[in-house]
Design a binder for this molecule. Structure first.
Ligand code: GTP
Ligand code: MG
Length: 344
C-alpha cells in the first residue's frame, strides 16, 4: 500500500530512503491508478522546487522563469566491460568524501538482461552501495511505448528531491541508450577502452555528437601508452565534429578506475564544464528543451495508447498497417485516416 502523494513527498524531502524507493516504484509502475498518484507526486515536487529556486527571480516579471539547475546530472555510457561500474564506484566514493550525496541510476537497455546482471553491478559497486551517502538503483527499461526507460527523467526528479546532488546515470552503450541518457542528463560522458584507431570507427557519429567528455579507461599496466594514443585519436575525431555546446570542444582524458588514477582530475574538468555551462545559461535551456521533449513523448505515448486500447481504433490501425506494409497506402495518408477516426 503506497502512502498518499503529499505524505510521500514530505517523507521523500526529509531524505527517507524507504519513501524514495517507494516513490520510484510508483513512477515506474504502469498501473493507471499508480500513474495518477505518480503525476500528483511529481507535481507537488515540481511546485516546491520552483518556489524554492526561482520565485524571487520570477517576481516582478510576468514571464515564467525556468528553474536554475542545482543537482548535477551526469550520464556515463560505454560498451560492456569498459569499466563503468568500477569507475562510478571510485568516483562516487570520492564525491561522498567531499560531502556530496550521490545517486546512481542504471538504465538497462536490453529487456533480455536478467536480474542477475543487475545484481552483478550491485556487487561491483559494493563499497559505494554500503555508503550512507549513496543511493544505487537499477532501473529496468520500459520499452512499452516510446523508447527505453522513459521514466528515468522522473526518477531523477525524485532522487534530487531526496537531497542527492550528484546523479549519475549509467548505461551500456548500444546506440539508442546513449540518446536516452543524453535526453535526461546535463553532461554525457563516454567511457572507452584503449584500442587501435580502427576501433574508433565502431563508435557511431550520432553518439560522438552527444559527447561532452571522453574518458579512456584502463590506462594502467601495459595499456598506459595505448590509452594515450587512443585519447589522441578521440581528440582528433572530435575536432572534426561540431561541439554539442558552442565553444566547448569535449575534453578527452585517460584514467584507471581499477587503480583509481586520473579520476579526480577527470571529475575536476567535468565539474568545471558543468559550472561553466550553468553560468552561461546553457543548462537551463537544455533542461527546458528536455522537459518539452519529455512532454512530447508523453503525448505521443498517450495517443498511441488511446488507439491501442480502443477496439475500433486498434482494428483500423491493424488494417491500415497491412495496407501500408503491402504498399497499397502511403504511410502519411494511413496516419491521416487514423487521426480522422481519433477525433470523432
Ligand atoms: N585493467 C583495468 N581493468 C578494469 C578497469 N576498470 C574496470 N576494469 C575491469 O573490467 C571489468 C569490467 O568492469 P565493470 O566496471 O564491471 O564494467 P562495466 O562497464 O560496468 O560493465 P557492464 O556493466 O557489464 O557493461 C572488471 O573485471 C574490472 O575489474 C581499469 O581501469 N583497468
Ligand atoms: Mg556495469
Amino acid at each position: 500500500m503506497t502512502a498518499a502523494p503529499e505524505e510521500l513527498a514530505s517523507e521523500l524531502r526529509a531524505g527517507d530512503r524507504r519513501a524514495l524507493a517507494q516513490a520510484i516504484t510508483l513512477v515506474e509502475s504502469t498501473r493507471p491508478d499508480h500513474r495518477v498518484q505518480a503525476n500528483e507526486l511529481l507535481d507537488i515536487l515540481c511546485a516546491s522546487s520552483l518556489s524554492s529556486s526561482s520565485r524571487s527571480e520570477a517576481a516582478g516579471s510576468s514571464q515564467p522563469t525556468a528553474k536554475r539547475p542545482t543537482a548535477k546530472r551526469i550520464g556515463i555510457s560505454g560498451t560492456p566491460g569498459v569499466g563503468k561500474s568500477t569507475l562510478i564506484e571510485s568516483l562516487g566514493l570520492h564525491l561522498i568524501e567531499q560531502g556530496h550525496r550521490v545517486a546512481v541510476l542504471a538504465i538497462d537497455p536490453s529487456s533480455v538482461r536478467t536480474g542477475g546482471s543487475i545484481m552483478g553491478d550491485k556487487t561491483r559497486m559494493s563499497e559505494l552501495s554500503r555508503s550512507s551517502g549513496a543511493f544505487i538503483r537499477p532501473s529496468a527499461s520500459q520499452g512499452v511505448l516510446g523508447g527505453i526507460a522513459n521514466r528515468t527523467g522522473e526518477v531523477i526528479s525524485l532522487v534530487e528531491a531526496a537531497g542527492y546532488d550528484i546523479i549519475i546515470v549509467e548505461t551500456v552503450g548500444v546506440g539508442q541508450s546513449e540518446v536516452a541518457v543524453a535526453s535526461v542528463t546535463d553532461l554525457f560522458v563516454l567511457l572507452v577502452a584503449p584500442a587501435g584507431g580502427d576501433d574508433l570507427q565502431g563508435i557511431k557519429r550520432g553518439v560522438m555528437e552527444l559527447v561532452d567528455a571522453v574518458l579512456v579507461n584502463k590506462a594502467d599496466g601495459d595499456l598506459v601508452n595505448l590509452a594515450a594514443h587512443t585519447a589522441t585519436d578521440y581528440q582528433h575525431a572530435l575536432s572534426f565534429l561540431r561541439p554539442k555546446n558552442e565553444g566547448h570542444v569535449p575534453p578527452v582524458m585517460t584514467c584507471s578506475a581499477l587503480s583509481n588514477t586520473g579520476i579526480e582530475a577527470a571529475w575536476t574538468v567535468i565539474d568545471k564544464l558543468w559550472s561553466t555551462l550553468a553560468e552561461e545559461g546553457l543548462l537551463t535551456d537544455l533542461r527546458s528543451l528536455q522537459a518539452r521533449q519529455a512532454f512530447d513523448r508523453e503525448v505521443e505515448a498517450i495517443l498511441v495508447h488511446r488507439v491501442l486500447e480502443s477496439e475500433n481504433l486498434s482494428s483500423s490501425y491493424s488494417e491500415l498497417q497491412v495496407q501500408v506494409s503491402t504498399g497499397s497506402l502511403a504511410p502519411s495518408s494511413a496516419a491521416a485516416t487514423l487521426s480522422a477516426l481519433l477525433v470523432r
